[in-house]
Design a protein around this ligand. Structure first.
Ligand SMILES: [Ca+2]
Ligand SMILES: [Ca+2]
Ligand SMILES: [Ca+2]
Length: 263
């Protein structure tokens, strides 16, 4: 049998995915989310609007609670068109995947609100506002973001001034915001394989840089003799400490799709 070759790859990555039982999908408001972590984590009012023009929480005394509690019985309205909230994702990011990427939940009779997206996680690099009405599943591509782009900050304006309407309309009631395409903030981190098994991790992919999956003969498994930060191959065998191995037999094997008309 050929010796497995440890794969070192730059152009292609393979994602290891924690077992679903650790993530626990949740159903909420007619949508399914990976976990409660998919929901927005922090909401703050933008600026210092004049009295009566800012955001008003309903069902709670806190704007932050209303927008992050995954509870449709709490929401915020704007007393005037000036009221806006910056909504942040801390333990997750929204990812621009296929189709809609996040949901804004809006209570009662559908009303119009504005959404802007931060391109870099700061309030100084927001897209223009786009308007939506009622509970909506929204695609980040609508804002010009690239496939695979991640978002940690968006701005909600419950009562946008509609040009030509002669004034502000009734405020939307924004209940909650959550990511349909949600990832942990970073795919990189330290994980100890310390019980002699791969501890439930599975291999998914390979993918190229755009997220396209390719058939491959990569496989994963337990590697006993490697345990960071020790020198590769010198960790004692049978000590339950090791690593997760990504390998192929007899060299790399990856099926590249040829597009119509050739590469
Ligand atoms: Ca979250
Ligand atoms: Ca709520
Ligand atoms: Ca999308």
């Amino acid at each position: 049998m050929a010796r497995p070759n440890l794969l070192q790859t730059a152009a292609f990555t393979a994602a290891y995915v924690l077992p679903a039982l650790l993530l626990g999908q949740v159903s909420f408001g007619g949508y399914t989310f990976d976990s409660w972590a998919a929901f927005a984590d922090e909401a703050t009012e933008v600026g210092s609007p004049p009295p009566g023009a800012g955001l008003l929480p309903s069902g709670t005394s806190s704007i932050n609670t209303a927008l992050t509690d995954h509870n449709l019985n709490t929401w915020v309205v704007a007393g005037g068109s000036a009221g806006m909230a910056d909504v942040r994702f801390i333990d997750n990011v929204i990812v621009n995947g296929e189709g809609a990427d996040f949901v804004v939940f809006e209570q009662g009779v559908p009303e119009t609100y504005g959404v802007a997206i931060s391109r870099d996680g700061t309030a100084s690099n927001l897209t223009n506002f786009r308007q939506y009405t009622g509970t909506q599943a929204i695609d980040l591509s609508d804002f010009g973001l690239a496939s695979g782009a991640t978002v940690t900050l968006l701005r909600i304006q419950p009562n946008p001034w509609v040009a030509g309407s002669g004034g502000a309309e009734l405020s939307a009631d924004i209940q909650d915001i959550a990511a349909l395409h949600s990832h942990a903030p970073s795919a990189f981190g330290k994980f100890d394989f310390n019980d002699g098994t791969v501890q439930g991790w599975t291999l998914d992919g390979a993918f190229d840089e755009t997220g396209t999956a390719y058939p491959s003969s990569f496989f994963d498994g337990w590697q006993d003799a490697v345990n960071y930060p020790g020198p590769p191959g010198l960790d004692p065998m049978g000590d339950q400490r090791g690593t997760l191995r990504l390998a192929t037999l007899g060299g790399m094997a990856l099926t590249i799709r040829v597009l119509p008309g050739g590469l």
